[in-house]
Ligand binder design. Sequence first.
Ligand SMILES: [Zn+2]
Length: 68
Amino acid sequence: MTYLCKDCSYRGTRGGRAGHQCPACGSLNIGRHLPHTVDRQTPGPGRLVLLVVLWGCLFGLIGWKLSH
Ligand SMILES: [Zn+2]
């Protein structure tokens, strides 16, 4: 759960006064949204690199097994 202030564009995981007030400027015009809905649209490149490394290890192992 992250908080987004519409007045000062504060973004954080903590909201003042039980999430009804912006801790930065004190505005009540603060919105709440779930962070995973934003993260799902942009998959990081780290997962792809890990997949490539794993496949490289697998093919390297197969090549080593065939040559020995
Ligand atoms: Zn604010």
